[in-house]
Write a protein that binds this ligand. Sequence first.
Ligand SMILES: Cc1ncc(C[n+]2csc(CCOP(=O)(O)OP(=O)(O)O)c2C)c(N)n1
Length: 304
Amino acid sequence: MNTLIYSELQDSDLFSLLLIRHFERLLLTLFGEGKLHGTTHTCLGQEYIPVSLSTLFTEYDFLFSHHRGHGHYLARFRDPASLLAEIMGRTGALCNGIGGSQHLFRDHYLSTGVQGENLPVAVGVALHAKREERGGIAVVYLGDGTWGEGTTYEALNIAQLWQVPLLVVVENNGIAQSTPTSIQMAGTIEERVRAFHIDYVKVTSLDIPTIRTEVAPRIHHVRTLCAPLVIEFVTHRLGPHSKGDDTRDQETLRAIQENDWYGLYQRRFPDQLERIEQDVRHELADVIAQVEQRPLVQWSCTDE
Ligand SMILES: Cc1ncc(C[n+]2csc(CCOP(=O)(O)OP(=O)(O)O)c2C)c(N)n1
């Protein structure tokens, strides 16, 4: 697949992309201002992955996300207020402020910061979806680093053996925390997946319509044939693992920046980008203004 961006996006897709980009930037600003506690991991640079896939999922599909999951959540629900309130521990929080950035739960959506925890659970949910016969699938987002967890292989084994409708989306950004994938992974993700005779597709494009055309028929197979599929996105994270812990050299970071979808799209469709970006800025300005003035959520260990 071509790695260039060449298609003009529908406004709603561009809105989702920019919403995620600006939401993540907002979080980093709020951290800098001392208004957020705990930690957070931004998906800057990877926004196009959940946005590409979001239109291919149905309300019956169960999405599992991980520590870098704000984009997954926003692409599905487009509800920045509930997520920001959750992260800030303010009234209106999605999980009453207990889940924070990494542990979110909402209709058919669950995220966890524990690597390797979700995939076995998703196999069970996929089995349930198969038995329910409503065409639902289980979708799990994983980083490349999570292929170092043994549960990943146990889950893939059973998924293939039992033929469950499971889609594994690998966001291979080439690094896990501060360890480059090249020095911790023997062989490739593709070889590991094929060892289980599981269907596999690699995506290197940043072009959302191209990605959808490529993966839609494969996801349809997961749904209709109840067979697992792994899609590996070759991607990059723009920012640090968390906040101040980027160990990559300047040359690497410059190359990543040059190939970021935002700049590529801005050069190709500047007017549309500016127009939609204004809408996003207004929406997020309203959200932060509202959420920031809400009271902190109150809870205790004895709460139901
Ligand atoms: C079981 C477990 N071990 C270690 C960690 C700490 N940890 C959080 S994220 C991370 C790296 C994840 O890398 P990857 O899966 O490639 O995802 P990425 O951060 O690149 O998106 C580690 C080691 C964890 N959350 N869970």
